[in-house]
Design a protein around this ligand. Structure first.
Ligand SMILES: Cc1ncc(COP(=O)(O)O)c(C=O)c1O
Ligand SMILES: N[C@@H](CCCC[NH3+])C(=O)O
Length: 463
């Protein structure tokens, strides 16, 4: 029998309002391994556990909200990418997805390189001991100071994003008496099938130098003339949360076409190409992500086929996955607060965080899953919207979700697949404190990024 905590009763499937949710799952207690990190399961009392620790213990010890990161899963995914590409290719983890010193150390130990896109990410990487020559420095508007620091540190490559930057980096390298390895980021004109704000290879956006109109070829011409630059390759990144490999195929075809033009014009075969990141992960059970070995096989086959056809030596490939490595490895643990059933609509379930710890729903209309994790329940499914505590009606964490109708304040719920672009895009909106990142594994847990305190906030406030 179902137990309803709400006077208005649960929102059953037969009275669902219009929406884009799927039907309620057969069993709300199942934690689909597709969206939850590898070591998540339920113990005999129905409490979810991760890395051998139950979520109630984690909530007691670290408070909520908290990002809980499964270290074994992170390492396994990093290793799988490394192994899939083998020794003839390089994997640069995209630090923008989530970066901390612990993560840098894990990446270093697992043999991955690192893509950074700001002075702050560079400082984090260096301070955790990532060798500078395994760092790639990105960004469409790197400051002179950042460029100076990157070259001084000896980063393995700077990815040049504009004509002005070619000159700027060359100038700073010359002043420092160095020859800097660089790639040129081009936009190949691919419409990636993803949200407009995270597609990056169509022409009308801020990244890279367009292939169209001979602009990329002109950028190569200029870079090759500058002695303080060593042009090692061409870079393309078509967007993020992509499932369809056809965009990568077109991108590889066009990048190799440019390499051929460079060889024909300058007699130079550039030794490297980078095809960026962007591989999608499962946020809900409806998503079907590809495995790293499938992606590696597809990309290396495309590049060698295109190079054979163009009679070019196959360049060394590199890729920059961020989300695909860290995304699935963490969930956000929240405590349920106010529950507000709205007749004929849905039930609003407020949690103790919100858009300050996960902006993706508000920003991209992203879809997430959610589950009651502090216990199981046999209650009817209730159509819910999980919302935060911010003064903003768009403060939605999970837009359409089914939770058991007996959900009550004090229950713990968790949103899986929040490892990427949640902590790294977190804010202090409403002076809400950013949650900690707790790493778990082998029955142990530790904070790798601590919770912000009010003192942290006040420290920046002058006067
Ligand atoms: C240049 C570059 N490389 C890599 C990434 C990582 O993308 P993702 O996390 O989707 O793999 C991004 C972000 O989209 C990017 O802009
Ligand atoms: N931040 C975005 C992806 C953009 C990544 C950087 N180019 C997301 O959450 O999906």
């Amino acid at each position: 029998m179902s137990r309803s905590a709400h006077p208005a009763g649960p929102r059953h499937a037969d009275v669902l309002p219009e929406g884009h949710y799927s039907a309620p799952p057969a069993d709300l207690n199942t934690l689909d391994p597709k969206v939850w990190s590898q070591t998540v399961s339920r113990d005999e009392d129905g409490v979810a556990t991760v890395g051998g620790i139950d979520v109630k213990t984690l909530a007691e010890e670290y408070g909520t909200p908290a990002y809980v990161l499964d270290e074994a899963d992170f390492r396994a995914r990093a290793r799988a990418w490394r192994a899939a590409f083998g020794t003839d290719a390089d994997v640069f983890y995209a630090g923008k997805a989530f970066l901390s010193r612990a993560v840098v150390r894990w990446l270093h130990e697992e043999g991955l390189n690192l893509d950074v896109c700001s002075g702050g990410e560079l400082a984090t990487a260096l301070s955790a001991g990532m060798p500078a020559d395994r760092i790639a420095f990105h960004g469409n508007n790197k400051s002179k100071e950042e460029i100076h620091r990157a070259i001084t540190a000896g980063v393995g490559r700077i990815v040049l994003d504009s004509f002005q930057e070619i000159v700027r980096v060359a100038h700073i390298a010359r002043e420092l008496g160095k020859r800097q390895r660089v790639q040129i980021r081009i936009t190949v004109g691919v419409e990636a099938h993803t949200h407009e704000f995270i597609a990056t290879a169509h022409e009308d956006q801020k990244f890279g130098i367009p292939l169209a109109g001979g602009q990329a070829a002109e950028a190569v011409r200029r870079a090759l003339q500058l002695d303080s630059l060593e042009l090692i390759g061409i870079h393309s990144h078509i967007g993020s949360q992509i499932f369809d490999m056809s965009g990568f195929e077109v991108a590889a075809h066009r990048v190799v076409g440019l390499l051929k033009d460079i060889r024909d014009e300058h007699g130079v075969e550039l030794p490297e190409i980078d095809l960026g990141g962007g591989l999608g992960i499962a946020y809900t059970s409806d998503d079907d992500p590809r495995e790293p070995h499938e992606i590696a096989k597809a990309l290396t086959e495309i590049v060698s086929r295109e190079c054979d056809a163009a009679k070019l030596r196959t360049p060394r490939i590199s890729v920059e996955p961020g989300r695909a490595i860290v995304g699935p490895t963490a969930f956000t643990l929240y405590e349920v607060g106010t529950i507000k059933p709205l007749d004929g609509l849905r039930t609003y379930v407020s949690v103790d965080g919100g858009m300050s710890d996960n902006i993706r729903t508000a920003l991209y209309d992203a879809e997430y899953s959610v589950a009651l994790v502090s216990r199981t329940s046999d209650a009817e499914p209730m159509l819910a919207r999980v919302v935060g505590k911010h003064c903003e009606s768009g403060d939605i964490v999970v837009k359409d979700a089914f939770l058991p109708a007996d959900l009550a304040p004090g229950d713990l719920i968790a949103v899986p697949a929040t490892g990427a672009y949640c902590r790294s895009m977190a804010s202090n909106y409403n002076h809400v404190l950013r949650p900690p990142v707790v790493a778990v594994g082998d029955g142990e847990s530790r904070v790798i990024v601590r919770r912000e305190t009010e003192d942290d906030l006040l420290r920046l406030d002058v006067g």
